[in-house]
Design a protein around this ligand. Structure first.
Ligand code: SF4
Ligand code: SF4
Length: 153
């Protein structure tokens, strides 16, 4: 009994071992608080942590290797014109991603990387914050190439 009382008193004076997250004190409005960027991660992530994917539009050559290896079908390709040539670029749907890192490993141009950012909670699985490369897609996507009509027999 005495040992328990001692332990309780001790707890008042020892440093907290848990992190208050996502803010040190509860904000008045959690939605408004979460809309503010950047949020600070409560703990540092270890090296090689598989967090939010990043895509380098300029480095990509549109080879589609990442799309082929993705087990979650989280990568979608869309047509663009770069240097006067028709090619493709990608978007990555983080809500589908399993963070397996296969696309990072296979990319011949290191155009996909993984960051330490693990704060990806959102109400909408297709929200811009969960679709990597969406901004570039909006700027650069062109209409798909028209396929020639199949000859009728
Ligand atoms: S990390 Fe894995 S699941 Fe996620 S996009 Fe890359 S290949 Fe697909
Ligand atoms: S593997 Fe790399 S270069 Fe090829 S389409 Fe994917 S991101 Fe682009």
């Amino acid at each position: 009994m005495l040992a328990s009382v001692y332990k309780i008193i001790e707890q008042f004076f020892t440093e907290k071992s848990t992190n208050l997250f996502p803010a040190k004190r509860k904000p008045a409005s959690v939605s408004e608080f979460l809309a503010r960027k950047p949020l600070i991660a409560p703990v540092p992530t270890p090296p090689d942590y598989r967090g939010r994917l990043a895509f380098d539009y300029q480095a990509c050559i549109g080879c589609a290797m990442c799309e082929k290896v993705c087990p979650a079908r989280a990568i979608e390709m869309y047509p663009v014109i770069e240097k006067e040539k028709r090619t493709k670029r990608i978007v990555i749907y983080l809500a589908r991603c399993t963070f397996c890192s296969e696309c990072v490993k296979v990319c011949p141009r290191d155009a996909i990387t993984m960051s330490g950012d693990f704060m990806m909670a959102d109400y909408d699985r297709n929200s811009p914050s969960l679709v990597v490369g969406l901004e570039e897609r909006r700027k650069n996507e062109v209409a798909p190439e028209e396929k020639p009509d199949t000859p009728q027999e």
